[in-house]
Ligand binder design. Sequence first.
Ligand code: XMP
Length: 320
Amino acid sequence: DWTMAAFKDQAIDAVRKQVGNGKVICGLSGGVDSSVVAVLLHEAIGEQLTCVFVDTGFMRMGEAEEVVNLFRDHYNIKLIHKDASKLFFDALGDEIDPEKKRKTIGGLFIDVFEEEAKAAGGADFLAQGTLYPDVIESVSFTGGPSVTIKSHHNVGGLPERMNMDLVEPLRELFKDEVRELGRELGLPEKFVGRHPFPGPGLAIRIPGQPLTPEKCDILRKADAIYLEEIRNAGLYDAIWQAFAVLLPVRTVGVMGDARTYDYVCALRAVTSTDGMTADYYHFDHEFLGRVTNRIINEVRGINRVVYDCTSKPPGTIEWE
Ligand code: XMP
C-alpha cells in the first residue's frame, strides 16, 4: 500500500531518470514547497543541483540566515544567496498600488533569478514546487476561477522565459502531503510546519505608503515579536497565517512624559484549510494586550496596535 516513504523513493527515481547527468536550478524561498523540492532533489542528484535564494529585502526577521544555515551549512546544498534588496527598493520607488508592486517585484525576481542562474553556469532543468492544486487551478490562491483578485508571482513567467524543462516532483501532492514528505526527508519541523508567506513578502504588508528599508525594519521587528508570542503561547500550529501590517497612519500617544506621534500596527491571524476562505483567529484579550505592550515598548516607530477581526470573505487574508 501507499506510504510517503515509498512515494519519496519513487520521486527520487523519477528525478534521476528525467535529469540524467543534467544540471538543475531551483529557486529557494524558505517556504515549505521549495524547501522540500530542494532537499528531495539534493538526495536524488546531489551536486547536479544549484539553488538560488533571492533576498528581496522583504523577508521576515532572520529568514535569510536560516535558509543559508540550513541548506548550505547543514545539507551542503550548492546555494547562491543573492542580496538584491537595493534593486527591489529602487525598482519600486514610490509605488503604492498593490498590483503594480506585485508586478514589479515578480518581474525583477525573474530577472535576478535568471542572471544568477546564468552566472552559475546555466542549467538544463528548472525545478519548481508546483502542487496539485496549482495544476488543477492556475489561480489557486485567489479563490476565484475567473476573476484574478491578485496576481501571483511564483507561478508562471519563469519557465517560459528561461526555456528549460521543468522538474516538478510535488505535482501530485496536496499541501499536507508535502509537509509529510518534508518530515520523511528529515526537514526540521520549523520549516515543515511553517505558515504560508507571500512571494512579495513584507512589501504587501506596508500599504498606502512608499516602501523604505526603515519601514521594513519597523514591520519586521513587530512581526517577529508577534510570532514569538504566538509560538510561546503554543498557538502557532492552530493558526493558518499570522502577521503584522504597518499602516500609513500616525497617531498621538504618550511615552513617559513625552508626546509621541508614531505609526499604527495592525495584527492579523486567521484559520483556514486552503486560504480560499478564512476566519479571523479569536485570541484572548490578555494575549493581545501582552503583544501590544511588547510591540509598543520594543519597536521604535509604533505607538498603537489594533487587531483585525475581518474574515475572508469579505476581506482577503493579506491587506493588499
Ligand atoms: P489572500 O490575501 O488573497 O491570500 O486572501 C490567500 C493566500 O495567498 C497568499 N498570497 C500570495 N502568495 N504571492 C504569493 O505567493 C502573492 O502575491 C500573494 N498574495 C497573497 C496569502 O499570504 C495567503 O496565504
